[in-house]
Design a protein around this ligand. Structure first.
Ligand SMILES: [Zn+2]
Length: 304
């Protein structure tokens, strides 16, 4: 009996222990599921809030984009107006000098010479720390591309002086366009990239003198259409010294006597002009004038 009861009594104990184990197990499973679900819930909540803040940011970006687009349109309109204004100016203006209320004097040197002469000019300009505007012919650029690439690398401006230096008044409009294009192509080949100059100097000044109104009316729109201003000068030597000995001392003297603030000095790549160049630079500085490039002259703020 004892055994029987004992046996009977032990069996419920085993059962209840098993229930407890199962109960605890289920409790653990439920708790784990609960914790897991809570975690999931919180993760979803935080995802939702990040999504919301992302949407807000997207809205902001969208607004910023619209604002920038409006600004861009406005700038494009202003730019268009400036381009038109600029074009009208180019078709009207022939530049002979800059603002007289500056102490700047533009040094322009035409045609180009032998490789040695070209390099000598660049050496002087480097030594005396002057940026100049150089007007080589396209043919000279084609013959000595290295020196002209060097000129650009050293900060000098190159201006269009036609490909082959013809008298423009003897050419057809198509031939003039061809001369301008030929110069540009030669320079682009030398510098290895696209190149645009706002400056054009007519060979011999031909077609742009005050007595050549008919030619000027025909030629200037072609120059303007290529985005350039015709650049003349107010100090030159070839004509001024035509009845005198042409040497460095006389050249220097003539330039220093005639150049003043705003002047554009026209020199050439000749032995005498190049020999005079350092004396001209030093002499201008001694007179309180600052030799510079055309861009530096034409963009200079007037001194009050
Ligand atoms: Zn020339």
């Amino acid at each position: 009996m004892d055994n029987q009861y004992g046996g009977r009594n032990r069996q419920p104990k085993k059962k209840s222990a098993a229930r407890v184990v199962i109960f605890l197990f289920l409790l653990a499973v439920i708790t784990a599921l609960g914790v897991f679900s809570l975690g999931q819930y919180m993760a979803v909540q935080s995802l939702q809030s990040s999504l919301q803040s992302l949407e807000e940011k997207l809205d902001q970006v969208e607004k910023e984009k619209n604002r920038l687009e409006e600004q861009y349109d406005q700038l494009r309109e202003e730019n268009e107006e400036l381009r038109e204004e600029n074009k009208m100016l180019r078709s009207e203006t022939i530049i002979e000098h800059g603002n007289r209320d500056t102490n700047k004097v533009a040094i322009t040197i035409d045609d180009g010479g032998s490789e040695a002469v070209n390099n000598r000019v660049l050496d002087y300009l480097k030594e005396y720390e002057v940026r100049a505007t150089l007007f080589p012919t396209g043919q000279n650029v084609e013959s000595y591309p290295e020196t002209w690439r060097r000129a650009v690398e050293e900060g000098h401006e190159l201006g269009n002086h036609t490909y082959s230096h013809p008298y423009l008044t003897s050419l057809s409009e198509e031939q003039v366009r061809e001369e301008l294009r030929g110069w540009r192509e030669a320079v682009e080949k030398a510098v290895g990239g696209s190149f645009h100059s706002p400056f054009f100097r007519p060979p011999y000044g031909d077609g742009f003198y005050s007595g050549q109104a008919n030619h000027r009316e025909r030629l200037q729109p072609i120059v303007a259409e290529k985005g350039m201003f015709p650049i003349m000068w107010d100090v030159e030597l070839v004509y001024a010294l035509r009845n005198e000995a042409y040497n460095a001392a006389r050249i220097t003297e003539h330039v220093l006597q005639n150049a003043r603030g705003g002047s554009i000095v026209l020199l050439h790549f000749t032995e005498a002009d190049i020999e005079a160049l350092p004396r001209i630079i030093t002499g201008l500085r001694e007179r309180g004038l600052e030799p510079c490039s055309l861009r530096e002259l034409l963009l200079a703020e007037p001194q009050t």
